[in-house]
Design a protein around this ligand. Structure first.
Ligand SMILES: Cc1cc2nc3c(=O)[nH]c(=O)nc-3n(C[C@H](O)[C@H](O)[C@H](O)COP(=O)(O)OP(=O)(O)OC[C@H]3O[C@@H](n4cnc5c(N)ncnc54)[C@H](O)[C@@H]3O)c2cc1C
Ligand code: SF4
Length: 276
């Protein structure tokens, strides 16, 4: 493995040109696999807020801290609790979770696919059982973050060292001209989340195994001022806010089952919110 410099960030403007690392549960495996080529890692744990204070959540809070704090809305608590393993939840920060890379096996094996800058999506014509059923034309990867779906349903906003934005604006669908799936710029750090208290919220997750698995489909629903927002994980290349039902879905030949799972979970989540 090549030599990589590791230094501590002294301020939130101290990461330009380097790769930020918080818990490292994503960065370290990507470096080991040769998918992330970093000359310098900057440990940002000392400059990212970590506490939970009502609606304000430091981006450095771990998933383990969020899952057991009663100030945190139920959908977000549950999404954290159902993510990964206890060890990973102890290390992994919520900020890092929102920026995790796709689990697409072609991408992880470094095939020269569209998300790596190539001109083919190998999953569309290949193995795509776990891939996206919505917005999957250019890249069929399925966004793996339970937490992001919960925050999207909860209509959370983010504060970075450069701007404030609704969580929906953190994500973008990759295109021919720009293969990125987030709008975060180099040197931009997520500092804090603002998560408004809903009237009610819920997170449901279907997995390949009973625990410690990425979402096959995750459904978050939150009701505020009588309006319900539903967001999904594992169905599109980015966390997906459901607007106008699931009729927009375009499943691939071997993942149509996900549409049935999504429809069922959406129905169950709405029933649960209505006290059913
Ligand atoms: C085996 C395994 C299973 C998992 N299962 C699930 C699951 O079921 N559901 C789920 O939702 N997640 C799952 N995860 C993802 C896990 O929750 C994340 O890896 C973890 O939360 C990332 O946090 P971290 O602090 O370790 O991030 P790091 O590895 O330190 O960083 C991840 C990325 O975010 C960047 N970064 C980190 N913090 C910031 C910040 N504040 N501002 C800007 N950039 C930042 C880093 O540069 C890097 O690109 C799983 C991970 C693994 C390895
Ligand atoms: S789904 Fe996306 S990440 Fe996977 S092979 Fe296709 S372009 Fe690459």
């Amino acid at each position: 493995m090549r030599d990589i410099e590791l230094r501590q960030a002294s301020s939130t403007t101290d990461v330009d040109g380097a790769t930020p690392i918080h818990g490292g549960t994503e960065v370290v495996p990507l470096i080991r696999a040769g998918l992330l080529k970093a000359d310098t890692l900057v440990d940002i744990r000392g400059v990212i807020p970590r506490g939970i204070d009502g609606a304000r959540i430091g981006a450095g809070a771990t998933l383990a801290e969020l899952e057991c704090d009663p100030q945190v809305p139920a959908a977000l608590r549950e999404a954290c609790k159902l993510a990964a393993s206890p060890q990973l939840r102890n290390m992994g920060s919520v900020g890092g979770n929102l920026l995790q890379a796709t689990r697409c096996w072609y991408w992880r094996l470094d095939w020269p696919c569209r998300l790596h800058g190539g001109d083919e999506c190998f999953a569309r014509d290949g193995e795509h059982r776990e891939h996206a059923i919505i917005a999957n034309d250019f890249c069929a990867s399925a966004h793996p973050s339970d937490v992001a779906a919960a925050l999207l349903a909860l209509d959370a906003t983010l504060r970075t060292n450069r701007r404030e934005l609704p969580i929906a604006d953190l994500y973008r669908l990759p295109t021919e001209d720009d293969r990125r799936t987030t709008t975060l710029e180099s040197g931009e750090l997520i500092l804090e989340l603002n998560v408004p208290e809903p009237e009610g919220s819920v997170y449901l997750k279907a997995m390949e195994r009973k625990r410690w698995a990425f979402p096959m489909v995750g459904v978050a629903a939150a009701r505020s001022s009588g309006v319900t927002r539903v967001a999904l994980a594992g169905v599109a290349p980015i966390p997906w806010l459901l607007q106008g039902g699931l009729d927009q879905a375009t499943p691939l030949p071997r993942n149509a089952y996900k549409l049935d799972v999504a429809k069922t979970l959406v129905q169950r989540a709405e029933t649960a919110l209505n006290g059913g």
